[in-house]
Design a protein around this ligand. Structure first.
Ligand code: ATP
Ligand code: MG
Length: 413
């Protein structure tokens, strides 16, 4: 036998028996985000590589290690590792800054990162996310966090932890970065290789390091003192305080985490993550924040913005499994032509209906019906002559015979 080809490492089929759950979380996203005035946007999965090196930042793991990049006709092209950069590109390219603010967009779809596959981490995974453009006030940050929490509630996830932090603005952050570098300098040689590389380019990212020996260094009192110092300027502090006021008012529970810096370069002021205790080490279901400089950085009019992305596989792994949906009906008959016609009549009346296409024995058909459908629509000789149908409730076992034209109505009774 020829070699059986397998799905690529770190990628997965989403099989028909699991698709109901995907439809459920996608429909809820549409429903909840629409309530807040968000509209869906679909951008291409491939973009020019430069979009991500400029947009996500070339000091990030995503750009340095994780991108799927290839050449085609002398252009470097990348499978999107995230979708904020793509949405920002589209916002600029399609002149959305001329629309009255805020412009509110949401998306869903596959993302690609060349990471080590493990529980909760795939190379092709899916995100649902939102971006809001044009509002610098913390009301936007509050609305976005509130909406994320409400979306999670709507799919049945009520007890997740929201963590927030403020990264300040480029100005006040610069001072913080310098202080951090100064206090970490004596420990430079003890830091892991990644941290050593980030020390100059992106020192804030060090706080995000998961390596135990690095964590120990960050726990030292003189370093904790810098981490816990209120480095953000008055304006940034006011923004952050107001955000918290709105969250408190709306009953959104959160904890402040000074170590929360997020992996991407483009954030300023608000950053947040939503985590679950039931996910092991890959415990973040959502990440987001404010990115006021990105639109300008990618060539648009400077426009404040805030957004988040959620990992759909991680959401699904937290939800109880759903029984696959059954068909409404299965036509059972020894008269194949009449059965064929009835099945189509029922479909035209809005039911999901199948029938046996191979002329199997009546009892076999009934057996199949009870496995796959809620009702069997039975057409015997008598029923055909009288223009009737017998409907058997396959869960309860009871059966009634009704006029053919009202058999769908009978299901509602
Ligand atoms: P993590 O800390 O898990 O690596 P991240 O900071 O890289 O997350 P973001 O870029 O903020 O993640 O993406 C938002 C969400 O997308 C994450 O909170 C997570 O739920 C999901 N996600 C990110 N990378 C993966 C992956 N490789 N496989 C599955 N889900 C992922
Ligand atoms: Mg990551």
């Amino acid at each position: 036998m020829a070699n059986i080809l397998k799905v690529l490492k770190g990628t997965k089929d989403i099989l028909p028996q699991n698709i109901d759950m995907w439809h459920f979380i996608e429909q809820k996203a549409d429903e909840v985000f629409s309530k807040y005035g968000f509209k869906e946007i679909r951008t291409p999965i491939i973009e020019v590589t430069e979009l991500f090196s400029r947009g996500v930042g070339d000091t990030t793991d995503i750009v340095n290690k994780e991108m799927y990049t290839f050449e085609k006709s002398d252009r470097s092209i990348t499978l999107r590792p995230e979708n904020t950069a793509g949405v920002v590109r589209s916002y600029i390219e399609n002149g959305m800054s001329r629309l009255s603010a805020p412009v509110k967009l949401w998306y869903k779809g596959p993302m690609f990162r060349y990471e080590r596959p493990q529980a909760g981490r795939q190379r092709q995974f899916h995100q649902v996310g939102i971006e809001m453009f044009g509002i610098k006030q913390p009301t936007a940050d509050a609305e976005v966090i509130l909406m994320a929490v409400n979306y999670l509630k709507s799919i049945g996830l009520n007890d997740l932890d929201v963590e927030i932090n403020s990264l300040g603005c480029p100005k006040c952050r610069e001072e913080f970065k310098n202080k951090l570098k100064e206090v970490l300098k004596p420990y430079f040689n003890e830091l892991c290789e990644d941290c050593q590389n980030r020390y100059e380019k992106n020192p804030l990212r060090l706080l995000d390091c998961k390596v135990e020996s690095c964590k120990k260094i960050f726990a030292k009192p003189e370093i904790q003192e810098v981490i816990n110092s209120d480095f953000i300027c008055d304006e940034c502090a006011e923004h952050y305080t107001e955000l918290k006021l709105y969250l408190d008012k709306m009953g959104v529970k959160y904890t402040e985490n000074k170590l929360l810096v997020r992996g991407l370069d483009y954030y300023n002021r608000t950053v947040f993550e939503i985590k679950s205790n039931n996910l092991g080490s890959q415990n973040a279901v959502a990440g987001g924040g404010r990115y006021d400089s990105l639109v300008g950085q990618l060539g648009g009019e400077p426009t404040p913005a805030v957004g988040f992305a959620m990992g759909m596989e991680r959401l699904i792994s937290l939800l109880p499994e759903k029984e696959p949906k059954k068909l409404d009906g299965y036509v059972v008959s020894n008269f194949p032509v009449d059965a064929f016609v009835l099945a189509e009549e029922l479909r035209n009346q809005g039911l999901n209906v199948e029938l046996d296409l191979t002329n199997k024995k009546f009892t076999k058909q009934l057996e199949k019906a009870s496995k796959v459908a809620k009702y069997a629509f039975i057409l015997g000789e008598d029923e055909i002559l009288k223009h009737q149908v017998s409907i058997k409730n396959l869960e309860k076992g009871n059966q009634i015979t009704v006029d053919r034209h009202c058999c769908v109505k009978m299901l509602e009774i």
